[in-house]
Design a protein around this ligand. Structure first.
Ligand code: COA
Length: 155
């Protein structure tokens, strides 16, 4: 699997746009237009798995990298490629990238308390549950906050 960093070429934007449309059909909350301002942030990075046909993507991970922490904004794998370890590999790629940034201490994310697949993924990756954000989502659902410390000693 080729996993690349976001470089804001038209091809890559098209890949993300198509992936957002798939997620929206599945009832997801991020539209491409909502993601655009996040992509424009100076610290934002996108890692993705290209699909079999250009410009399709099979998976994407969008992260906002601040001075000391990275916040995951978006993780999505197209339904036909789930349980193929794409999400796991995108996270590994992100962690290896962040290890080269000495000042980054941790990765954080929020997840719906009902999202069992994502919770299993984050716990498999070694993320630890920090706290509950009550009624964080617009439908009143709670969010769990997860953290992964970035180990700069690891290979
Ligand atoms: C959550 C999601 C990103 C996982 O992507 P994925 O590529 O299928 O996950 P992986 O194949 O890398 O799975 C890695 C591990 O996560 C766990 N996992 C993933 N999906 C799971 C599921 N449906 N049920 C239980 N555990 C699951 C397993 O531990 C798995 O390891 P294993 O297959 O060796 O047991 C994917 O289901 C998805 O895109 N869901 C919709 C969008 C979403 O919910 N994003 C997260 C928002 S916070």
């Amino acid at each position: 699997m080729e996993v690349l960093q976001y470089t804001k070429t038209p091809l890559q934007v098209a890949g993300l746009r198509r992936l957002c449309a798939v997620w929206q059909r599945e009832g997801g909350f991020w539209s491409f237009d909502e993601l655009l301002p996040l992509l424009a942030r100076p610290g934002s990075l996108v890692f993705f798995a290209p699909g079999s046909t250009e410009p399709d993507w099979d998976a994407a991970l969008l992260v906002d990298v601040g001075p000391f922490e990275a916040d995951i904004l978006y993780v999505y794998v197209t339904p036909g490629r789930r349980r193929d370890h794409l999400a796991e590999r995108l996270f590994e790629r992100l962690v290896s990238h962040l290890r080269s940034m000495q000042q980054i201490e941790a990765i954080f994310l929020e997840v719906r308390i009902s999202n069992i697949a994502a919770i299993h993924l984050y716990e498999k990756l070694g993320m630890t549950r920090q706290r509950v954000r009550k009624k964080y989502y617009s439908n009143g659902e709670d969010a769990l906050v997860y953290k992964l410390a970035v180990d700069h000693q690891a290979q």
